[in-house]
Each structure stands twice: as C-alpha cells, then as structure tokens.
Design a protein around this ligand. Structure first.
Ligand code: NDP
Length: 451
C-alpha cells in the first residue's frame, strides 16, 4: 500500500506537536493538522496564560507585605488592558515558536480541521485526503457547562483570556483545579469573587488536610468559598446576571465562570468510520501503548482522559514515538505523577493522599503545619503544610503534599526522590537547607498520632 506520509498527527497541542517533531526529526515523513491556533490548550488557553495571570495577581499582596517590611509603596491600580495586550503578544510569540519547531523538524502543517475516513486516510476540511501509515489523534478536550437554564450567559476558562474588562463581581462554579486557580487569580486582581462547589470541600481527590488549608487561606484572603451549593438558573438582569441558587437565594453578579470539568474532543473526528471505541465521557479507549482498537490509529493526551496534564501528554507522545518509530516498545508510565494547583498558596502533590493510602495499607503520617518566617515577621496567620505519607511496612514515602508559596517548585524536586522509591529514613539522612520551608520535609522525626 502506498502512503503519503509515515505519520499523520491530528491536533497541534503539546502532545501532538511533540510526537510530530520527534518522529520527523528521525527522518520520517510527518504531517500535522490543526484547525485552531498552534499550541493547543496549554499554550493558548490553559497553563501558560493562566500562569501569567497568576503572576499578575500576586503583586497586590506583595505590595501590601512590602509595606510591612518597610517599603514605601504607592500603587494606584491594575490595568487589565495593559496586561491583556502583553498577554496577546506573548501567546502570538509562543504560537510562532511552536510553528517554527514543526517547520525546522520538517513536519508538513495543514491549518485545517481533520477527521478520520478509514484506518489509513485523513480527510481535511478542504476536502483533501492524505494516506498515512500511522495516525495519531491528539485533539485534547474542551470545557463543559452544566445543562441548566441560562448557562449560555456564563463564561468558560477559554473566555477569560479574551475579557475586555475585569468584572467587579464574579461567581465561579466548580471546585476543581480551574475553579480554585481562577478564584485566587481574580481575587488578587481585585475582583469580588464567590466560588461555589456542590461537594463538601474544594479540590476533591487531593489530600483532605491540604485542600482544607487551601480553602481556609482562600477565605482569609477574601474569597467567598461556599460549599454544598449549586446553581439552578441564570438570567440576564440589565447589565448583570441574576443567579438562582439551589439553597433558595438569588444574587446578582457581573459575570459567571463555569469551571465544571472538561470533555474529550471526539465529536467530529469520524471515529464511527473506523469503529474506534469511546468511553462514558467520550474519551478514546487505548491500551498501555496508546493504541486504539484500530492498529494503525493511536491517541494521546486529554482526548484519552487518562491523566489530563500537559507533561503527561508529552510523556505519552514520547512513549508512542519510541514504540512505533524507534523500535523500543514503551508503555506509558502513569504511576506517581506529580501535579500542582496554582492557587495562592499553591498545592504540590504526588502519590497517595492520607485517606486513599490508609485504605490500602497501614501508614505513618508525618506533617508540619506552621507559619513561614516571611509571614510571621509581619504577623500574618497564613500557614504552610508539609506532609509525608509513609508505608509502615516498607518505610517508603508513598505520598507528599505541600501547601506553600512555590509548592509547585518544591514538589517537582521531592518527586524525584519519591519516584525513585525513597524511604523516610533516606529523607531523614538528607541535610536540611536552612532557613527554608522545605527543610521540614527532611526534619520531621515523629509521626502524628491520629488517636
Ligand atoms: P475538574 O474535573 O478538576 O473539576 C470540575 C469541578 O466541577 C468539580 O469540582 C466538579 O464537582 C464540578 N462540577 C462538575 N459538574 C458540575 C455541575 N453540573 N454542577 C456543578 N459543579 C459541577 O475540572 P477542571 O475543569 O477544574 O479541570 C480539568 C482538568 O484540567 C483537571 O482535571 C486537570 O487535569 C487539568 N488542569 C490542570 C491544571 C494544573 O495542572 N494546575 C490546571 C487546570 C486544569 P465534583 O467534584 O463534585 O465532581
């Protein structure tokens, strides 16, 4: 059978671009189709612009604390217009970088939507058909709004980066990564933020103590976090949105942000043409090599709804390239993946939470909750948390949870030891770096007694 290319990648996000360029760099003929901006969710409407907004939102607190440290600071306000202009320029620059990476690796790029016609044929929006030996689907996911009256009036996270002006009051619906991160961002930018979550406490799935501390700190910073609450209906009332809540109250907000989860982008991919199986959320079902039940078609990243994080999609891309093009079958490693929530303070986490670990085996919990030197000096009550979950039988550290400024940076480093299987004794053999917050990770001597 004659093919136009060795590999056709559908989707120009972090996973797709990585796979395309590493395979092309080895001399294979590779094509990639992307109908939107190159870079995907992470670069264009996710991690990157979000993190830049996190930076922007932290200055007010730094100015306030700076005064307490003796600085004479006079701030007159924040210009969203100024920030947006710079953000747009930065994203345009990054998009160019992504295109350049593909170009210099020799990938042929189609600025077009694509769908699968048969196991070896991709049909482009233009009508052109490309025959490929292998097809990789890396089309990501999209935010979903709840199915309630008036949900069309609310925004999703994609819309945040295109706001013309900041709302004065904002209701954020959801308790996950996106809801909690944007609550902190908008609060830092001076917006009056209310976050509602239908469950008992935000950041479900993370260690309970860690999410509790984040929630308490968010409240102390002025965010109204309301749990066990949901929204029934939205309607427009002059220039505001009227919200009917499940518990019976009605309130007005300038804007509403739905951060109620994401779903895989599998609706218009033509999967029915090739009989590829999808799961209950529409995710493409794959095996440990990211192969679908059509042997020539693979899928990586959020479209497979395994662990929806950029670095995981990139690892999946590399494992796919190893397996299919470099003669080294490599199953994707989803064990002990660290992650961070960019709330203020941040949450860095790897491994099992205390609750999940104790369901599996007897554990010892080591933790230190304290005020950092920086905050104590200005009599701020904000606390940080360092917590290790240790197997009682093997002494191996099976979970680490950090709530602190820059916890994301800390967990990245702690993850190396934990992924290597370090024991608590080995943590204890490491000399502390003083004075730091993270030194607590190597100086906690006694497990806590929950009894
Ligand atoms: P999550 O799945 O983390 O959170 C969705 C939230 O919305 C949950 O609190 C959920 O409640 C709630 N929810 C779902 N449906 C409804 C509904 N109908 N009404 C009210 N509430 C509802 O999704 P996100 O959108 O926050 O993030 C998506 C993914 O993106 C994450 O899983 C993560 O992998 C990734 N991400 C990672 C980031 C990072 O690494 N820092 C940052 C942002 C995103 P319940 O808990 O009850 O189900």
């Amino acid at each position: 059978m004659k093919f136009d290319c060795d590999l056709f990648v559908i989707g120009g996000g972090s996973g797709g671009v990585r796979a395309a360029r590493v395979v092309a760099a080895q001399g294979y003929k590779v094509s990639l189709a992307e109908g939107d901006r190159m870079g995907g969710t992470c670069v264009i409407r996710g991690c990157v612009p979000k993190k830049l907004m996190v930076y922007a939102s932290k200055y007010q607190e730094s100015f306030d604390e700076g005064r307490e440290y003796g600085w004479d600071v006079n701030v007159t306000g924040f210009s969203w217009e100024h920030f947006r202009k710079k953000l747009d320029a930065e994203l345009a620059r990054l998009e160019k970088v992504y295109r350049k990476l593909l170009e210099t690796s020799g990938v042929s790029v189609f600025n077009d939507w694509a769908q699968i016609k048969d196991p070896h044929t991709v049909l482009l929006g233009s009508g052109e058909e490309i025959r490929a030996k292998t097809i990789l689907i890396a089309v990501g996911g999209q935010a979903v709004k709840p199915d309630i009256t008036g949900s069309n009036f609310g925004m999703i996270s994609d819309d945040v980066f295109g706001l013309n002006e900041l709302p004065k009051s904002l209701l954020i619906v959801g308790g996950g990564y996106i809801a909690s991160e944007f609550s902190c961002i908008f609060n830092g930018l001076g917006v009056d933020v209310t976050q509602i979550y239908r469950g008992q406490n935000i950041l479900r799935g993370f260690d309970d103590e860690a999410s509790q501390l984040i929630s308490e700190t968010m409240v102390a910073k002025g965010i109204k976090v309301r749990c066990n609450e949901n929204i029934l209906k939205l309607s427009r009332e002059t220039d505001q949105l009227k919200i009917d809540f499940q518990l019976g109250s009605t309130e007005l907000f300038d804007d509403v942000l739905f951060a109620t989860g994401r779903k895989p982008n599998t609706q218009s991919l033509g999967l029915h043409n090739v009989g590829i199986k999808t799961g209950t959320s529409g995710e493409i079902l794959v095996d440990k090599y990211s192969q679908t039940d059509q042997p020539s078609i693979f899928a990586i990243g959020d479209v497979t709804n395994r662990i929806n994080l950029t670095p995981v999609a990139i690892n999946e891309a590399m494992a796919f390239a190893q397996t299919m093009f470099f003669g080294n079958p490599t199953p994707v490693d989803h064990h002990l993946v660290p992650s961070a929530v960019f709330t203020q303070p941040e949450l860095g986490s790897i491994g099992l939470s205390e609750k999940d670990a104790e369901k599996i085996e007897p554990i010892l919990v080591y933790e230190s909750k304290f005020r950092s030197m920086q905050k104590s000096f200005i009599s701020k009550s904000e606390e940080v948390l360092m917590k290790l979950i240790v197997s009682k039988e093997t002494n191996v550290v099976i979970g680490c949870h950090i709530v602190a400024p820059d916890a994301a940076e800390m967990i990245q480093l702690a993850s190396i030891a934990i992924k290597m299987g370090a024991t608590k004794d080995q943590f204890d053999q490491v000399c502390a770096v003083h004075p730091t917050m993270a030194e607590e990770l190597v100086t906690m001597r006694n497990p806590i007694n929950r009894g």
